[in-house]
Ligand binder design. Sequence first.
Ligand code: HEC
Length: 114
Amino acid sequence: MKHHSSKVRWLFLLFLMFDLTNQLAYSADLNAGKLKANMACSLCHGANGIAKIPNAPSLAGQNAQYLQEQLKAFRSKSRQNEVMSVIAAPLTDQEIENISLWYSAMKVEVTLPN
Ligand code: HEC
């Protein structure tokens, strides 16, 4: 019984370590996302994520996974747009995660039309 429980403890420790390294590898940084978005994106997409120009979409409250997928698609040019491909080209995966977290964390209230 004693032997068994120490095995369980080891497994638990291993699991914790794995979980921690996972979090380190994948944790997006909200503040870094904010800084980058304010510098590189807000001119068109708005500091509050509501678009400033008529042909740009609002990003506030958008799903982080969707944002990441679109930014990677612009970067690889599998989604083609003259402006966004140029803007997405230098972004690292980490920057894309950070920016996506920033916009997705914005809370948007929706009022349906009557
Ligand atoms: C000069 C204006 C401009 C800037 C600056 C800009 N964008 Fe865009 N963005 C656009 C336009 C225009 C589109 C619409 C592209 C299309 O029609 O496919 C777009 C589309 C997008 C989309 C797709 C959204 C959707 O609903 O599919 C994302 C995501 C996005 N931009 C993120 C960013 C991020 C992140 C930055 C900063 C790193 C940024 N943009 C900077 C103009 C801009």
